[in-house]
Design a binder for this molecule. Structure first.
Ligand SMILES: O=C(O)CCC(=O)C(=O)O
Length: 334
């Protein structure tokens, strides 16, 4: 069986209002949904500024106006070529600003039919322009189509993940890839992939989907268009990843080098799914400026990811200041 075609079709799907019944129906049937304008145009611009503030204050010499300073020697440690999961980003002013937008919570509250939610201390996807340095190309879809939920230890719908984009997507630049309806394949994974799954520890919520899977051939991946400020929500059981496009138009389309994709990973789950021990650790995480994964029902410190530790020296970065949270934000900590 040959491998599935990995250039996803670039499609325009309905961009639906946060909290609307249509958004819930789309998530239920397709396993993903695009929420329109989770952040306003003004908020997007402020969030971009805060993102650059984070990068410049790492103390490694990144300068937003000088692309020569965007190299790996100064950039925070990234995984899959473009995701910054640690070095305080999960407690940065940028991430707190984005995840505190009312429509972000509105969308998740509708998913769970619950207003009492905890937020993840996730990182961001920051893609640098590949016409300046081809090594900055992020991992392509074929390399890591995955689900983020263990098919045995976490049955059923347990998590819905989100990515708020601060930059518009295009077929040229790329974005999130989704396999529509693939969350419905989840229950059969233990029987279809018994051996493959046996190699994954039950606490590990990451399962790479085999690229020669017959279901993938029948249901090819898509990349949905998103405007700046939109939020992609997806069920953690949905087969997904992110992937760059050919990026051929970059050199001609702008006056100065810019990040090609800036997306904030954000996830909210009911407080009722968590427990006092995890919540206590989450409070400490704010003080310590620790980042986490999407899950808020388990304590997982992203600074300790083997991938992060392997990629570079975590000690060379200055952490952002301890965030001064308001009451709304403190409730999201727990
Ligand atoms: O948006 C991205 O760059 C990747 C998101 C993703 O695949 C994940 O967080 O599991």
């Amino acid at each position: 069986m040959s491998e599935v075609q990995l250039v996803p079709e670039y499609v325009h799907v309905p961009r639906l209002p946060a909290g609307s019944q249509e958004s819930l129906d789309h998530l239920e049937s397709e396993g993903y949904v695009v929420i329109a304008n989770a952040l306003s145009v003004t908020d997007v611009s402020h969030a971009l500024d805060l993102t650059w503030d984070y990068l410049e204050k790492l103390g490694t010499g990144v300068d937003r106006n000088n692309v020569d300073t965007w190299g790996d020697d100064r950039w925070p440690i990234n995984v899959h070529g473009g995701i910054i999961p640690s070095q305080g980003i999960g407690q940065s002013a940028a991430q707190w600003f984005i995840r505190s937008a009312p429509d972000v919570k509105k969308a998740f509250a509708a998913v769970w039919d619950d207003e009492d939610l905890l937020v993840s201390f996730d990182g961001m996807a920051l893609w640098r322009p590949t016409d300046i340095n081809p090594d900055w190309l992020t991992d392509r879809g074929g390399a890591w189509l995955h689900i983020d939920q263990h098919p045995i230890s976490r049955p059923g719908r347990q998590c819905v993940q989100g990515a708020v984009t601060l930059t518009p997507t295009s077929s040229d630049i790329g974005g999130n890839i989704m396999v529509p309806g693939s969350h419905k394949w989840f229950a059969d994974i233990p029987t279809r992939y018994t051996k493959r799954l046996a190699a994954i520890p039950e606490m590990q919520d990451h399962f790479r989907f085999p690229m020669d899977d017959p279901q993938l051939r029948e249901t090819p991946p898509l990349m949905a268009h998103m405007e700046a400020g939109d939020m992609m929500l997806w069920d953690s059981r949905t087969v997904h990843c992110s992937s760059p496009g050919p990026q051929t138009a970059l050199a001609t389309d702008r006056s100065a080098p810019e990040l090609t994709r800036v997306a904030s990973l954000v996830c909210m789950m009911p407080r009722a799914h968590s427990n006092p021990e995890v919540i206590e650790r989450r409070r400490t995480a704010v003080e310590n400026r620790t980042s986490t994964t999407n899950w808020s029902d388990r304590w997982i410190n992203a600074d300790k990811f083997p991938m992060v530790l392997k990629e570079g020296d975590p000690n060379k970065y200055r952490l952002p200041p301890v965030p001064e949270l308001n009451e709304y934000q403190r409730a999201l900590v727990g």
